[in-house]
Structure formats: C-alpha cells, structure tokens
Design a binder for this molecule. Sequence first.
Ligand SMILES: Cc1cc2nc3c(=O)[nH]c(=O)nc-3n(C[C@H](O)[C@H](O)[C@H](O)COP(=O)(O)OP(=O)(O)OC[C@H]3O[C@@H](n4cnc5c(N)ncnc54)[C@H](O)[C@@H]3O)c2cc1C
Length: 305
Amino acid sequence: MRSELRQSLYALVAGRVRFGVPLSRYTSFRIGGPADAFVEPQSVAELQALVSLLRREAIPYFVLGGGTNILVSDKGVRGVVIRLGAGFNYTRWGAEGERGHVRVGAARPLGRFVREAVARGYGGVEFAEGIPGSVGGGLLMNAGAFGGELGRVVERIVGVSPGGECWELSREELGFAYRRTALPEGFIVTEVHFSLWPVPQAHLQMAMEQAQRRRQQTQPYGYPNAGSIFKNPPGAHAGRLIEAAGLKGLTVGRAQVSEKHANFIVNIGGATASEVRQLAEQVRQVVWERMRVWLEPEIRFVGEW
Ligand SMILES: Cc1cc2nc3c(=O)[nH]c(=O)nc-3n(C[C@H](O)[C@H](O)[C@H](O)COP(=O)(O)OP(=O)(O)OC[C@H]3O[C@@H](n4cnc5c(N)ncnc54)[C@H](O)[C@@H]3O)c2cc1C
C-alpha cells in the first residue's frame, strides 16, 4: 500500500489503523492470512469518510463482523478490512417511544443482544441463542435457527452505502431470503432496528435453554469452525446428505468433516484455508456423484485465492 495512502488512513481514523494484521485472530476458524490494512472506525462520520477515501483511491475493502461465517484465504485480503469499533456496540431501547422497539449497533455481539432482550421480557430473537458473531453479520446473513430468522423481526436498518452516503432502508427493501439479503455489495450496516413483543420470561428462558441443549447435542464444540459449510437445499438437510454419502471424518490435511455434524468442517489444529476449501469441494463433488444434489456454500470465501 502506498505510503501517502497509509498516511491518509492513519490521519482519518486517528491512528486506529494497522498494517499486515493476521486475520486468523479474528475468525472463528482461526484461519486467515494478513489484511493489507485493518481499520476500526468508531463513528458513522468516520466510516463515511473512510469509505469515500477508499472509493476515490479505488482501494477494495471487506467488512468483518465476528468472523464466524467466513473462510479467509491463506494469502489474506488485499486492500482494507473494516471492523466496526466500540462506537457501534450498543443497545438502545424504546427510542421511538414504542414498546419493544430497539436500535442495536452492528458491532453488538448477537448473543449479548439476545440475552438483553430476554432479560427485558421481549420475544422474537430467542431462537438466535448460540449463534455467534455480530448483529451486523447476522443481519447480512439473515441468520436463523430452529425455524426463526433475524429478518422477520427487523424493522429497518441504517448503514453506509458504497458511495459513502448514509442510507436508511426498510425491511421490504432489504429483500431477506434464506441466509442472504439484497443489500448491494460494499454496503456497511451500522445499526439495526428491531421490533420485538412482550413474552413471559419463563417462556423465553425455556426457549433459550432448548436452543442451547440442541446445539450442545448436535454441534462440534472444542474445534474451531464456521458453522454450516453448505446451505440446506430445498426440502433437504445438507448435513444428512453429507453423512449419507459416508463423508463424516473425511480429512484434507488438518481440516476434517466433523464426526458430530457432517455439515461442519473443523480445524483440528493448524488447518490452512486451502485445506478447508479443498475438503469442502471434495464433499460437494462426492454428494453430487452419490446423491445428485449440488450443494451451495453458506460460508463466504474471502480474500485472495
Ligand atoms: C458454532 C457456530 C454456529 C453457528 N450457528 C449458526 C446458526 O444456527 N444459524 C446461522 O444462521 N448461522 C450460524 N453460524 C454462522 C454465523 O455465526 C452467522 O452467519 C453470523 O450471523 C455471522 O455473523 P458475523 O458477525 O460473524 O459475520 P462475518 O462472518 O464476519 O461476516 C459474514 C458476512 O457478513 C458481512 N458483514 C459482517 N458485518 C457486516 C456489517 N456490519 N455490514 C455489512 N456486512 C457485514 C461480511 O462482509 C460477510 O460477507 C454459526 C457459526 C458458528 C461458528
């Protein structure tokens, strides 16, 4: 990266920029090469100025949330990785005088927000107990579990467009679908408005505990992973197809198809991104050959491959 650009970045975000940062520190897989630059803006104004600068200079950027649904390449990410700073980590209740209305900063850990809602006796997000990552990442992925999806309780969002403008978008404009939204590439979510409703505490607690139990029974704890590798094809379960194809336990290097949940690939210690990707490709191929179903990845492949 040119030294004038490094200087501009440094000045813009009051020194909160680092260069050559290994992204393995910021992903749940514990895998990922370096980001050329890693910036943590603290306010919407700072973020807007940053996006405008990057656009002017034609520098690519990637927005990192909790890093729990991505596989970052071993070569890392060219350009800038933007991770929203502490200024985007908040929960503000009832700002519009409405019961159950809440504005949440995109950097808020999703699990924390879920527990805050439950503690106040509001329902709508308890299904998300145990989904790691941030509220912004959860919104972008339309995270879901046990029949619930984040998109169903979102009222609108605020964010910064690829042109550096501040936009507010309604739920209808977000085009929620299975594990995706219609947001344009490069759009950065800064705040999510949810509309929740009062539910008896005991009910919510029970739902959360049920979600925790189901996760403990079915998911591999102890090995770094990024959740489901593939989306469920219509009317089927990716995990069951992979298991039926006899692929549980298959390894490439230090990456393994989990023995516990076949739709998880785990890093059994020192796996590289290319090993995980090769294993995922192999799984996809074998499932196609044996079951005639072409699996679509749920995780996102990030960086230079
Ligand atoms: C153990 C485990 C269990 C999981 N269980 C589930 C589950 O039950 N259901 C489910 O849906 N997912 C699950 N996941 C996947 C993952 O946790 C979710 O998709 C999560 O919502 C991703 O959020 P994140 O902040 O980590 O996003 P990241 O992984 O950091 O990013 C994901 C995508 O969102 C984009 N993004 C992140 N933040 C922003 C932002 N502020 N603005 C714009 N774009 C942004 C990134 O650029 C990237 O494209 C699981 C993962 C793990 C490791």
